[in-house]
Design a protein around this ligand. Sequence first.
Ligand SMILES: Cc1cc2nc3c(=O)[nH]c(=O)nc-3n(C[C@H](O)[C@H](O)[C@H](O)COP(=O)(O)OP(=O)(O)OC[C@H]3O[C@@H](n4cnc5c(N)ncnc54)[C@H](O)[C@@H]3O)c2cc1C
Length: 380
Amino acid sequence: MNTTHYDIVILGGGCAGMQLMHQLIHHDQYNGESILIIDADKAYLQHKSWCFWHSSEPNTYDSIIHSTWNKLSIGFSSGIKKELIKPYRYSFIKSETFFDFHFEEINQYQQVKYSNDAAIAIKKGETDFFIETNNEIITTPALYSSYWNKEKVLNDPSIFLQQQFYGWEIFTEQPVFDSTAAILMDFGITQAYGVNFAYVLPYNKHNALIEITGFSAEEYSVEFFEEVLRQYIQKMWNCTFKIVKIEHASIPMTNYSFNRFTEEGAIAIGTAAGMVKPTTGYAFNRIARDSVLLANHYFNKEIPAEFSHNRFKFYDRLLLEIIKQRPAKALHILMQLFRKVPYRQILRFLDEDSSLIQEAVLFAKLPKKDFIKQVLKNGE
Ligand SMILES: Cc1cc2nc3c(=O)[nH]c(=O)nc-3n(C[C@H](O)[C@H](O)[C@H](O)COP(=O)(O)OP(=O)(O)OC[C@H]3O[C@@H](n4cnc5c(N)ncnc54)[C@H](O)[C@@H]3O)c2cc1C
């Protein structure tokens, strides 16, 4: 077998692998270091939609944003509450465009290679990692990995729920959608089990992605999702429509303690590094921030620190426990949050950018009894 050496190897060419590659090659200290991205599953063929909120400052992905909204809506049984989220915007990127964007970069940089191959074994030597793939042996002193072991996470005693969602991108003959605001959560749907809400991205008056989402340990059936989706579209827009695309997936919601380093000593990235926020399933922004930090670490010859167990992990755990044990209470808390707190403050809190004082103000508006009960229960 051939042995090839690279300065940097990234296992997994998904959301995190590509963002890291981008930050490395655009770093002002980048000096033509060779980079290899290995992915066994052709991640770029999966169609995902990535949404995230961001400030009006220039963003790496400004040129590929498909749709953007400066207002968000939350739906309650009493109706929809729409709010400006300034200084943020809520934006949507199609994964196809994201991968096109990054493959164009790979084509432009001769030192960057992409290999559709599987890493079979990884060993750490004194200075280099040795990666055995189906076709070759690769050596590198800098290894980043987005591979994670789902079995291990599932068998861990940490809380494990799934954020499951099923949606249709639809086209309607009539101009029915209000494209000025995305509906982040509409709780006015059945709450059969777990916590359920509808999510609507209206691209224009005729096209929208409409999803039904559930936070639950139990598996939802496609029939359940389709039925709720049909009822929701009927109730909201009462129109005939054509299904353009189906999106069906689940994201782990867990307080499993992902490490900064893999068992082999590589630097973990993306989901493998715990970048998916346990209570929301959002990761795109966290991955973006982490990629900037990791690129800085690489060029400044620094080893990134292990994660700290900060207070946001505690909040996430508390809410996960409530969702798992008392979903009706969790629903009540979420609705209170969006009824009483300006959305932009909630977004800042979810970004983990809020101060302790801002969090105290936010918590003061929530049903305290439920939180205190849960804290006491955790302490038992
Ligand atoms: C359908 C869906 C929609 C989402 N929407 C949003 C959103 O709107 N906003 C948001 O912020 N977050 C969203 N997320 C969460 C998060 O942003 C994504 O999961 C994101 O793709 C995570 O990036 P990643 O690089 O860790 O994983 P991935 O993008 O999945 O990439 C990991 C790559 O590693 C490869 N890989 C992993 N293990 C192995 C192995 N053992 N062997 C070979 N290859 C391997 C895979 O082929 C894959 O290409 C969504 C997640 C899903 C599933």
